[in-house]
Ligand binder design. Sequence first.
Ligand code: UDP
Length: 389
Amino acid sequence: MSKMAVVVGLGFAGSVIARSLAEAGFEVTALEKRPHVAGNMYEHTRLNGVRVHNYGPHIFHTNNQQVYDYLKRFSDFYPYSHRVVGWIDGKLVPIPFNYTSIDSLFAPAKAAMLKDKLTKAFPGKEKCFISELVEHTDPDIKSLGNYIMDRVFVHYTAKQWGVPVEEVDKSVIDRVPVVLGTDDRYFRDTIQMMPIHGFTELFENMLSHPKINVQTNSDAMLRLALHESSGNILLDGAPFNGPVCYTGAIDELFNNEFGVLPYRSTNLVFEDIEKESYQSNSVINYPNSEEFTRITEFKLLTLQNVPDATTILKEYPTAYKPGSAISPFYPIANKSSLLTYEKYKDAASCYKDLYLCGRLAEYKYYNMDAVVERALQISRSIIESKRYK
Ligand code: UDP
């Protein structure tokens, strides 16, 4: 009899698992509650011809050659080094804050002194965390740290997360370093590429396999049931004999039994503009002014040549309410939410065929390369497991 698997959710986590299991001989039923695949990576082309990311800008970057090689099977890529600038004290300066930002915002003598002190304080290092500057013993470095903290992080983070920066998990802030040099790329990974025809096409190619049965508009909560006493999972009322890879929200899977896990989300406001170009950079951050956090001009990400038209996106962070039209984007990691997550994880471990993967199922702020790596790892463990031989 052929081996069978169920995958729930067709963002990166679910699509990579579906493809890997299909190639290993599993018949995969792939359930997606939205009308489209690709999860939050989904794109559409506006009437003006500009391709946009429906759920906010996504840029691929990784140090993991294996992850890139895997994705390359489903799309050609073009090199794209992401650069961000932010409005700070009336000027557009690189973010992450770097030596060019210092030169733009301080008088030449002071800028030279600060750069010299930083280079000596962090010999051989290309970046540091903002906390290392704020806590530094040298008063000039500390004062620079406080300046960057205030101008780059405090207000942006309050907008983004709805709480003071002190209440946000340090790992979130540390995603954006301070760069000890003039490298003005947003990421320092060795591989920085984008799929030529967009992410959606990459997903469609990945899911195009005779052993994958993609079912969009299919709410897994109406199809799957957890049978607690036996540890079985039922699909359409019958025990399912195979791996069930779940990438949706873990609290939903357990009917919020231990409470709702908090997420932050974003109201996304697109504007089509009849102009060749809107701004100087693909992304401009507004750490200190405006209600939105950033403006993305998609043409500059997709490198599309669309004359006399462009589309921008303003992101307005907002609380996520389960059941509302907006999607959960960012897990809010704190002591209480992580404790709640652990309860769900324990409950999930009672189901031997249940595999959790991705931002919503593992309640983790994954980057896309990390989630692909994780999905490949889970796929391997399933393929190699004696349970499914
Ligand atoms: N951040 C900030 N100022 C900025 C950019 C980022 O304070 O100009 C903080 C903010 O708390 C944000 C976090 O750094 O949530 C991570 O930023 P990243 O750009 O990685 O967020 P994403 O693109 O995933 O929304």
